[in-house]
Design a protein. Structure first.
Length: 260
DNA sequence: GTGATTGTTAGTAA
DNA sequence: ATTACTAACAATCA
């Protein structure tokens, strides 16, 4: 379940459960057809190394060390990483299984196979190669206002464009626009400087809260969109109705009253 | 059966 | 160059 807050939660999990243990084995799970995973040569490179650091950049996740190889993980729509101890069995849909010293194991599971894992040498170089913009919680106000303010694309699409900034997907883009009261089909180029400023602040506030509650939606304020993201429901903030439309091929939920 | 799903990419078109 | 639209990937659920 990965947008920026969900991905940060995964990063924390890796950090607390999977660092500083020597890798004994990295293997492909069963049912791993039609998904991009490292070949045996790449997997072999991991053996004997340790992950000393877990990083997040947008929806990308990295684990590795300065002198050793890194894994670059993208969770796709339904990917998830689980840490557990042998002899417990890996969960369903495990595509890649890493066994560390001391029975600790890390499973990359991915039911819909839309995620992937790669073995790389340098996360920074990888981010550049992949044309991924700055992390949405790392992008500066000036850069944000510039890239959104010059864009003729619809706001929702612009926020979700991983080359502009990385980490915002369907749910959180809706949440941000709901918070600021802008319709998802508005254009960045039509916003005033003040509106761009407020949008930047709103993006940070929403994502920071999402990170703070560790992407546990039950802990989000009840007047936010995500807990009320149902077609036809009442807007928790005004007398409006939650409705939806297609933007960029995704379903955009918004309040028909206070978002314009 | 139909349509939808927290993501990305390729192809096409304007 | 930028943006929009569609389909595709695959599994599952309402």
């Amino acid at each position: 379940m990965p947008e920026l807050p969900e991905n940060e939660r995964q990063r924390r999990m890796l950090e607390s459960e999977c660092l500083n243990r020597t890798i004994e084995k990295a293997e492909i799970g069963s049912d791993a057809d039609h998904i991009e995973l490292p070949g045996s040569n790449s997997l072999g490179r991991l053996k004997g190394h340790r992950f000393s650091e877990a990083r997040r950049h947008g929806k990308n996740l990295f684990a590795g060390s300065q002198s050793g190889p890194w894994i670059a993980v993208h969770l796709g729509m339904t990917g998830w990483i689980v840490a557990f101890d042998a002899p417990d069995d890996p969960p369903d849909y495990t595509k890649l299984l890493i066994t560390f010293e001391g029975d600790r194991r890390m499973a990359f599971r991915c039911p819909r196979k839309l995620g992937h894992v790669r073995v790389i040498d340098d996360p920074d170089e990888y981010i550049t190669q992949q044309d991924v913009g700055p992390d949405a919680l790392g992008i500066g106000r000036v850069t944000f206002c510039e890239t959104i303010g010059k864009s003729r694309a619809r706001l929702k699409s612009a926020l979700m464009d991983q080359s502009r900034m990385a980490g915002i997907g369907n749910l959180w883009s809706d949440e941000i626009l709901f918070g600021i009261g802008l319709h998802p089909e508005r254009r960045g180029i039509d916003l005033s400087d003040d509106q761009l400023d407020e949008l930047f602040d709103m993006m940070r506030a929403k994502l920071e809260k999402g990170v703070e509650v560790n992407a546990d939606y039950s802990q989000l304020p009840t007047d936010w969109l995500i807990p009320n993201r149902d077609e036809g429901g009442d807007c928790p903030r005004c007398g409006g109705t939650i409705t939806n439309t297609k933007v960029g091929g995704r379903t955009a939920y918004f309040c028909d009253s206070h978002q314009s």
